[in-house]
Ligand binder design. Structure first.
Ligand code: ATP
Ligand code: ZN
Length: 330
């Protein structure tokens, strides 16, 4: 499929980054952000809410090419593929302790559950421009915060793992309540993961292998990258201790790629070792009856798409041929 021409003349915007007015007027060029240029080129479609965007055909072609490439890289994993809608049962979410660690990011689905009288009150408040949201109640589902979350309770119900453990392949739109004007920090974005369940040795070997595969992927995509130790944004004062501990134990590594204007590079992949967190919450056991350990290699499909657009330009016809070929000939 050749869609390079789609990225031209869309929305009337210029296609190159950080460029001011080419008109030659005396006025200094207006500084345009990467987000501005994506919107001007019609690649991201603003909705009026920070971090929630529509995506164009060019953007989707890159994102789908990236997902297919990750499938190819993981073809030897004999992973069980699982695809869930972007929701998680609320009871599993409560059990996962997400609200202890990241209450600021959570998204709970609410709905109206009242009677005619209460409905009348809801509509009246809406019409008067008053707050109506206290008329809603939480449903039994939450928005999935990371693609691997629905997997653990499902596997725990199946009984002990086989001796070789398991690898699961997941993909989901994920929600995190972190509105931002940095295009890489979205409120809904896609995450592709390979999740490993087994012994500590199995998880650590898996994580090392995927760190190396992630670095090779970034090399093949011809984007600058570095690997760094990282921590998750645990909430509050207690959270700082947990984050420090996560770093001391080297539980999380990120592969970073420069994307945003004047900002440090962005985490586009992460390689995580959860130790026995999920087998403490759910009865995930190895074949020997020990608590299973878990880990995951997570690829931010949207961040990788943005990283390519940032580093190779908004016009696909100017991209390195090898990169276009790797993404399925976009
Ligand atoms: P950050 O440190 O930037 O908050 P993270 O590395 O902690 O993100 P993970 O929880 O490890 O995020 O999620 C796995 C991957 O999902 C990340 O490497 C990133 O590519 C992607 N991701 C995380 N948060 C966002 C977001 N708000 N918008 C887009 N992609 C995201
Ligand atoms: Zn994960």
């Amino acid at each position: 499929m050749d869609i390079a021409s789609d990225s031209l003349d869309v929305g009337g915007g210029g296609a190159s980054l950080g460029q001011g007015s080419p008109s030659g007027h005396a006025a200094p060029p207006v500084a345009r952000t990467f987000l501005d240029s994506l919107i001007d080129a019609g690649i991201l479609i603003p909705t009026g809410v920070d971090g929630i965007y529509g995506r164009s055909r060019v953007y989707e072609a890159i994102a789908e090419g990236m997902d297919a490439l990750i499938t190819e890289i993981g073809a030897d994993q004999q992973a069980e593929m699982m695809r869930f809608p972007p929701t998680t049962p609320r009871n599993d979410f409560e059990d996962s302790e997400y609200l202890k660690s990241f209450p600021q990011l959570a998204g709970i689905v609410h709905s109206f559950c009242g009677n005619d009288h209460e409905h009348f009150r809801l509509v009246a408040r809406l019409e008067r421009g008053e707050d109506w949201t206290d008329q809603l109640r939480p449903t039994r589902v939450v928005l999935t915060p990371a693609a691997c979350y629905p997997v653990y309770p499902v596997l725990a119900r199946r009984g002990p793992l086989p001796p070789e453990g398991r690898v699961v392949d997941v993909f989901s739109y994920c929600f995190r309540h972190e509105p931002s004007i940095e295009p890489t920090r979205m409120q809904m974005f896609r995450m592709r993961e390979y999740v490993r369940l087994g012994t500590p040795e199995q998880i650590l070997a898996f994580r090392q292998m995927w760190i190396e595969r992630g670095q090779k992927l970034a090399d093949d995509l011809e984007v600058p990258h570095t690997l760094d130790l990282a921590n998750d944004p645990f909430f509050g004062r207690g959270g700082k201790l947990v984050a420090d501990n996560q770093r001391d134990l080297k539980l999380k590594f990120e592969l970073l790629i420069p994307v945003n204007d004047g900002a440090p590079p962005t985490a586009c992949m992460s390689f995580n070792y959860h130790v026995d967190h999920f087998s403490t919450v759910w009865p995930l056991r190895t074949a020997d009856g020990e608590k299973a350990h878990t880990g995951c290699a997570a690829f931010g499909i949207d961040r990788l798409t943005l990283a390519l657009l940032r580093n190779h330009g908004l016009d696909l016809s100017g991209w390195p041929r090898g990169v276009r070929a790797l993404l399925g000939g976009i």
